[in-house]
Design a protein around this ligand. Structure first.
Ligand code: EPU
Length: 337
């Protein structure tokens, strides 16, 4: 396995930020990982695990070692009366895996089509879209303890999933490298068609209600609203939708009857951050080389040549504006190295 020095990471993060890694390696098998763990010369460096780089704000210089997880493979493990158990390597591209499940008749992940990133990154922030979160179908995660090299299996509960969050972003952050993920997909198909424009899109395209068609509809909706990172750098939604006390939401609703909100846990509501940011006039607005996307105010885009400072400067201004107008705190979704 090769360790490379001073590697340009602009191709490894979907925001396309200029960034350089002091040490970099691509990891294809677990023997190489054990080699890294036992290598005295790099043991004490800070390690950064990289997936698809789609939920990441990279600093100009990344000290320490960057490990790009690049193992591959996907297979049906076994089936039970009601479920298929399907396993994928962490380095697989998420959407390619989703399309593979659909082609094989293993349904459930269709609403999560076209989400950028890798299989291994999906559980870390519990990716979600169109009424589905990965936690709804995740059976277990196999991860490598970066201190001991031992494999540890986390069942769904042990992953402590919540909205865009998990154990791997909290207590387990930096301790494990996710190696494989197993999904439990129901044989009895239950389509989630209620969120957003899925039904409308199926109608528009004249498609029947099947899982592969839901995937097609989701892809069409996402493509129409979200920028393609290959064309314009972005990290998907840049802010999480804030969860606030229902009393605050009720007060806001009196003042702003168009406020977009959804019931969350008992006594709380989730507000659409995109709406809040849009109302503050940020949609399509630029600050230096970055801006908020013209079709979706929640998506921060790199118009070219941006670095992390540009991103955080804009993010801070957007947060300040939302706070002073609505009294609501919004929080960035991407991870900061
Ligand atoms: N809205 C506006 N203006 C905007 C953007 C949105 O008024 O500029 C309003 C919309 O009209 C809608 C509401 O805000 O009423 C919510 O917007 P949308 O349905 O587009 O979804 P979202 O809350 O902005 C979330 C996820 C997305 C996911 C979509 C679809 C988060 C932070 N984002 O976005 O996930 O694809 O729902 O399910 O939860 C991601 O995490 O990277 C991501 C793209």
């Amino acid at each position: 396995m090769q360790l490379h020095t001073n590697v340009d990471l602009s191709q490894y993060n979907t925001l396309g930020l200029r960034s350089s890694a002091k040490l970099f390696t691509e990891l294809h098998n677990i023997i190489d990982l054990h080699g890294l763990i036992n290598d005295e010369s790099i043991k004490n460096l800070k390690w950064h695990v990289l997936g698809g780089g789609s939920n990441l704000v990279l600093p100009h210089n990344v000290e320490g070692l960057v490990i790009k997880v690049a193992n591959t493979g996907k297979q049906l493990l076994h089936e039970e009366a009601d479920h298929y158990f399907v396993k994928a390597a962490a380095g697989e591209v998420w959407d390619e895996f989703v399309q593979w499940t659909l082609q094989h008749g293993y349904y459930g992940l269709e609403n999560l089509s076209l989400i950028p990133g890798t299989v291994g990154a999906a559980p870390i922030q519990n990716i979600g879209a169109y009424g589905v979160e990965v936690k709804d179908f995740l059976h277990e995660v196999t991860a490598v303890d970066l201190k001991t090299g031992e494999l540890k299996t986390f069942n769904n509960q042990e992953c402590c999933f919540s909205y865009r969050d998990s154990y791997f972003k909290q207590g387990g952050a930096g301790k494990y490298l996710i190696w494989e993920v197993t999904f439990r997909l129901p044989k009895r198909v239950h389509l989630n068609l209620d969120y957003g424009d899925i039904r409308k899109e199926l109608d528009r395209q004249g498609l029947t209600e099947t899982a592969p068609n839901v995937s097609k509809a989701v892809i069409a909706i996402r493509t129409s609203k979200l920028p393609d990172p290959k064309v314009i750098g972005n990290a998907g939604s840049f802010f999480k939708n804030p969860i606030v006390a229902s009393s605050l939401r009720d007060d806001l609703l009196k003042k702003y009857p168009n406020l977009v909100s959804f019931p969350a846990t008992e006594g709380k509501h989730k507000l659409a951050a995109g709406w809040l940011i849009d109302q503050c006039g940020w949609k399509g607005k630029k600050l230096g080389p970055v801006g908020m996307f013209e079709k979706q105010a929640l998506v921060l885009v790199n118009h070219g040549g941006a670095n992390a400072d540009d991103v955080w400067k804009l993010a801070a201004q957007v947060c300040d504006d939302v706070r002073s107008r609505f009294g609501v705190e919004i929080e960035p979704e991407p991870v900061r190295w």
